[in-house]
Ligand binder design. Sequence first.
Ligand SMILES: *Cc1c(COP(=O)(O)O)cnc(C)c1O
Length: 442
Amino acid sequence: MNTANQEIKPVTTRINENGNIEIGGCDLIELANEYATPLYIFDEATIRSITKSYKDAFKNYPKMRMMYASKAFMTKAMCKIMAQEGFGLDLCSGGEIYTAQSSGFDMSKTLFNGNNKSYDELNMALDLGIGTVSVDNFFELALLNDIAKSKNKTVRILLRITPGIECHTHEYIQTGHLDSKFGFDLTQIDEALELIRDEYINLHLVGLHAHIGSQIFEKQVYYDEVDVIFNEIKRIKDKYNIELSEINLGGGLGIKYTEEDKPISIYEIANTIIDSIRTHAQKYNIDEPYVFIEPGRSIVGTAGVTIYTAGSSKKVPNGRKYQAVDGGMADNARPSLYQAKYTVEIANKPNEKPVEKVTIAGRFCESGDILAKDIVLPEIEEGDIICFYNTGAYGYSMSSNYNRVLKPAAVLVNNGKSDIIINRQTYAQLCESDVIPDRMNG
Ligand SMILES: *Cc1c(COP(=O)(O)O)cnc(C)c1O
């Protein structure tokens, strides 16, 4: 069965009576008129279709727990949707913890990740009732134990490990290979365990955590990841008589940015993971553990699109045609960061034939601010609304105020209604944190 991460467009996308692209029952041109551009648009039906697929695909494994890796797209409304869908949250900063907590999220269902959590962030995490902390390194073990001790608390922890699995994705988004900045090397686990057992008595170790990368299209790596983790669990049981009851496999399932991408379905991933867990649990005679996954991109990537208004254009004599839009690298860093490719359409001309090769340029002061290179589209005119699909994950969350351009608004669309979930930034907000030292005034 196909799942929504295998589609380029949100599940509700269609061409409506006006001849425009419509998502969630909302005409993109009307959304552009109402909210202005650039605009992030999120289709609620697509998000819920994916979360339902995850729940359905894993329903035969009752000890399965789903966490949303909120760094992909984090707002209070997103936390609400995840709470309604029964997902926990994977958080990786004080800001994400604060957002989750202030949305009213059940903090017992959260996990705090990261390779350099600060004292303040760990302190705040414990004060706000974080569920579990995934401890990344020796420094953090000591720090977290100190903080917990000072509060007379015991913290549930996982050890983040580097399983040594290479997956075929962009170098910057691989995380599970041995030479990685994340996690304990397998050879360091024993030392960590002994420290926790003998010294760090305010830490309660419940399991192991790994995350092998992002935008993954192969299922075998998940099988192998379970294999590596189970070998450790078995070894730890034999050597220390400690039975770890939780394994967290991270996220990483890929989505379809362009026709070249061939992501696998959520059912295929689920079957691979469940099969690998059952096989290993039996082989090693270990109780089936609680298994956590933390998808981010696949939950929200396909649901989100960005619309821009076409502005100036430039034809280089005997060279490219550049079409500029009113956004770019500050609202979508991925093309300039890792040559990410997108599927693009003109929202007011979905039926017109593609006739020209064009490069969509952003409005920011960098030559590298190119959103899509050499794509073929119908003839673009000034004022056309350009739609980039699959911008839901790592779009808004990586956005910046480069050139002091305001961050766009985000709307959630569903059944013909649109609701603001992030207001467009204002110029006043932009300058809110600026301070002119007194001595420069007057
Ligand atoms: C980024 C990250 C995820 C989510 O990855 P996706 O590719 O967006 O699914 C999950 N777990 C950890 C630890 C991460 O760092």
